[in-house]
Design a protein around this ligand. Sequence first.
Ligand code: NAG
Ligand code: NAG
Ligand code: NAG
Ligand code: NAG
Length: 524
Amino acid sequence: MQLSKKPLLALLLVVVTLLSRAKAGHDGDDDGPPPPPCSPVDRAALLGFKAGVAVDTTGILATWDGDDCCGAWQGVSCDAATGRVVALQLEAPPPARQNYMEGALSASLGGLEFLETLVIRDMARIGGAIPGASLSRLSRLKQLYLEGNMLAGGIPGSLSEITSLQYLSLAGNRLEGKLPPELGSLSGLVQINLAGNRLSGEVPPSYKNLSRLAYLDLSNNLLSGAIPAFFGQQLKSLALLDLSNNGFSGEIPAPLCCLLNLTDLSLSHNKLTGVIPPQIGSIASLNSLSIDSNLLVGSIPESLFGLQKLWNLNLSRNGLSGSLPAGFRHGLPSLVSMDLSHNHLIGGIDQFLRSISPERRLTKLISSKNASSHMSVIFLPQELQHLDLSKNRITGALPEFGAGASLRWLDVSGNAIGGQIPSSVSKLSGLQRLDVSHNAIRGTIPASMAAMASLRWLDLSGNALVGRIPDSFSRMVRLRHASFRGNKLCGKIPQARPFNLLPAAAYAGNLCLCGKPLPPCRQI
Ligand SMILES: *[C@@H]1O[C@H](CO)[C@@H](O)[C@H](O)[C@H]1NC(C)=O
Ligand SMILES: *[C@@H]1O[C@H](CO)[C@@H](O)[C@H](O)[C@H]1NC(C)=O
Ligand SMILES: *[C@@H]1O[C@H](CO)[C@@H](O)[C@H](O)[C@H]1NC(C)=O
Ligand SMILES: *[C@@H]1O[C@H](CO)[C@@H](O)[C@H](O)[C@H]1NC(C)=O
C-alpha cells in the first residue's frame, strides 16, 4: 500500500488554476468592447506545436481550427484584455493509453511569450528532447508540467533562465543524465517533481538556494550519493520530500529534524545506513514517514511515538533491533498504518499495543466466581487499518481488545508470541486479514472468532493450539484462505465452505483432525 497525499496537492493546484481562469472569463463578460481576437503570433506558435504532433487520438487538436485560437481551441486560454495566450493545458482524457498524442514538442512553443502555464500531461507518446532553448524564452511562465510523456535526453539547464518559474514537473518520462545544477538559481521554485525518470548522479549543492521549495519529489530514479544535510538546514519550507527508490547512501542527516513544515518524508528503498536520528521525532508536523527497505540499524527512537499527527509509519525491511518502544503517554491517535515487519525487534506485544493505543481501560471481569478480577482492555487508534509486526523477535501475548473496527490487516506472524488468542479478538470486527502464524500461541481457538464477518484470510499455522476448530466457523462465509497447519488440533473439521474445500495441507501436522478434506472421522 502506497500512502501519499500527492494527488491532493495536484488537485489543489487544478482548483486554483480553474478559479483564476473563471475569474479571467468573468472579467470578459462585462459590457465593453468585444475581446480582441487571438494574437496571430500566438496562433502561429500553437499551429507549430500542432504540426509536431503526428497522431492525436484525444480529439483535442481537431478543435484547433479557424482564426480564433482564444475561442473554441481546446486547452488554450487567453487574457481577455489582450488576446494573448496565457495558458496551454493539454491532458489526455481517460482511458489511459487509448488517448494519446504522438510526436515531439515543437520549439515553436517558445513563441508563446505571454504564457504563464504550460501543461502537457499523460500524452504517453510525446517523445524526443525537451526544447530547452525555446522554452527558456517564456519569461512569464510560472507552471511547467510536462508529465507522463515519453520525453528523453537530459533536463536542459537552460530552463533556469525562466526566472518566474514556480512549479516544475517533468515526472514520468524517460529523462536521463544528471540533475542540472543551474536549477539551483530558480529561487522562486515552490515545487519540483522529477519522479519516475532515469536520472542519475548526486543532488547538486546549488539546490541549497531553493529556499521556497515546499515539494521535492525525486523518487524512482537512479540517483546516488548522500542525502544533503542542507535539505534540513536551508530548505526550510519543505512540506514533502520523497527520495524513495533511488540509490542514496550514507546516513540520514539529523538536520532534517528542523524542517518544521514537513508532513511527508519518504526515503524508502535506498541504501541508507546508520541509525534513525532521534531528532526526526521533533518534526511535530510529520504525517507520513517511510524509511522501509534500507540498511538501518539500532533501535527505533522513542521520540517517533510522540508524533501526534503521524498516520503512516513504515520502517519495514531494515536491520532494526532493540525493544519495541513502549511506555509513551498518549498513544498515536492519528495512526492509520504501521509496518515494522522484517527487522530484529524484541519486546512484548501487549505493552506495545497498549502504548500506541490512545485509550486503555480497566474493565471488571464479569465472573460470578471471581468478582475481584479486572481485565485491562485496549482501544486501538480509531483510524488504524494496517498493522504489520511480522518477522521480528517479539514476545508477550496478544492483549484483550476493547474495539478496533477500522483495523483491516493484522500480521504478527513469525515472532515468538505466546499466550492465547484472546476471545475479544472478535471485537476487531472489520478485520479482513489475520495472521498469527509461526509463533508460540497456546490454548484453544475462541469460538467468538466466527463473528468476524469480514475475515477473508486467516492463518493460525505453526503454533501450539489445541482442541477443535469451532463448528461455529461454518458461518464465516467471506473466508477465502485459512491455514491451521502445524498445531495440536483435533476433532472434526467444520463441513462447510471453505473449510471442507481447502487443500489438505491447510490441516497437516495436527494431532487428530478429521473430515473433508482429510479422511472421515471414525465413529466412536
Ligand atoms: C512498507 O514497506 C515494505 C517494504 O518496502 C512494503 O513491502 C510494504 O508494503 C509497506 N507497508 C505498507 C503498509 O505500506
Ligand atoms: C545562491 O544564492 C546566493 C545568494 O543569494 C548567490 O550569491 C549564489 O550565486 C546562488 N547560487 C546559485 C548556484 O545560484
Ligand atoms: C510553514 O507553513 C506555514 C503555513 O502554511 C507558512 O505560513 C510558513 O511560512 C511556512 N514556513 C516556512 C519556513 O516556509
Ligand atoms: C481471581 O483473580 C485473581 C487475580 O486476577 C487470580 O489470581 C485468581 O486466579 C482468580 N481466581 C479464579 C478462581 O479465577
